[in-house]
Design a protein around this ligand. Structure first.
Ligand code: HPA
Length: 309
């Protein structure tokens, strides 16, 4: 039995039903899952292939239930590339979300701002990314036969334009200010130097952090439609003399978590029954995803809308 199959049967045994949304909660943002109704909580330790605890600010458990009328699986905590040197560290969780029936993956993270006018405590909807870590979770992934070509994942609409529009609309309704910007993935765990931050700005990044990008690539490969929200916890190294630290990241993320939670709850609440799915999913669903997750084949062949709530 594969890890994904083992996770699925552990979750079913715990009483977990299908979900429409999955969400990865970044550093200091895990509190959103506390509002879930009728939660089923499964520690990562019971899910083979899920990350072990490692970074403070992450709870390492899956919380599945209903929030704002939507079925959601919340991952409280993620594995980072810098913990293991493995960019595929989130492969099993992402594949498990797909196997559970999730169509949309919402990602969140804490990040540094490269713009002095984007202040700590504010939120940014990620519009695109720059993979400056230079590794890719699909490198070396065993994809044989008909699946081999699935590794060439288009990334044009990785941060889905429709979902971003809906997130911006949710921000207006929730009265939360949001920026819209490009995220650079820097491997960490050391923070960047001021020279690296100047370079990142020249290359076109607005914000910088140590996560999210491998998950987006894995999720697009699995046929999930994605949207990502970053919490700016600090000005990046050297900007106005900033010298970021992990304790500052956790502290500011905690302080600004209320806005983040209002935004995500408004997004879920107002999500229509049908969401337009992107082209990649359409072309991909019939081949690679369906074959990789045979237990859920039927989910990937029915497309076009979320079930009515
Ligand atoms: N750099 C990288 N990762 C981060 C930062 C930062 O300034 N802040 C929070 N995560």
């Amino acid at each position: 039995m594969s890890d994904v199959e083992a996770c699925l049967s552990a979750l079913r045994a715990a009483g977990v039903a299908d979900v429409d949304f999955a969400m990865v909660l970044g550093t200091g943002l895990g509190g959103l899952a506390d509002a879930v109704e009728n939660p089923i909580i499964v520690p990562y330790a019971q899910l083979p292939g899920f990350p072990g605890g490692g970074v403070s600010g992450h709870a390492s458990r899956l919380v599945v239930g209903t929030l704002e009328g939507k079925r959601v699986a919340f991952a409280q905590g993620r594995a980072h590339y810098y913990e293991h040197g493995d960019p595929r560290a989130m492969a099993v969780p992402v594949a498990t979300f797909a196997a559970l029936g999730a169509k949309v993956l919402i990602l969140s993270n804490a990040c540094g701002s490269l713009r002095s006018d984007w202040r700590p405590g504010s939120l940014c909807i990620i519009s695109d990314h720059i993979n400056f870590a230079g590794v890719n979770p699909l490198i070396g992934m065993k994809l044989e036969g008909a699946l081999a070509d699935s590794r060439f994942v288009p990334m044009n609409n990785a941060y889905d334009a429709n979902l971003r529009r809906m997130m911006r609309a949710a921000a207006v309704r929730a009265d939360v200010g949001v920026h819209d910007g490009i995220y650079m993935w820097y491997s960490g765990p050391s923070f960047e130097t001021p020279a690296e931050i100047r370079m990142a700005r020249i290359l076109g990044a607005d914000i910088i952090g140590m996560s999210t990008v491998p998950e987006i690539i894995l999720a697009r490969h699995a046929g999930l439609t994605c949207v990502a929200v970053a919490m700016i916890t600090n000005l990046a190294a050297g900007i106005e003399g900033a010298s970021p630290s992990h304790s500052e990241t956790k502290e500011v993320a905690g302080l600004a978590a209320a806005d983040f939670q209002r935004l995500i709850r408004a997004f879920l609440r107002d999500m229509p029954a049908g969401i337009p799915l992107c082209c990649h999913r359409k072309s991909f669903a019939k081949s690679a995803t369906a074959a990789r997750y045979p237990m859920r084949r039927s989910r990937f062949s029915s497309r076009g809308s979320l079930p009515a709530q």
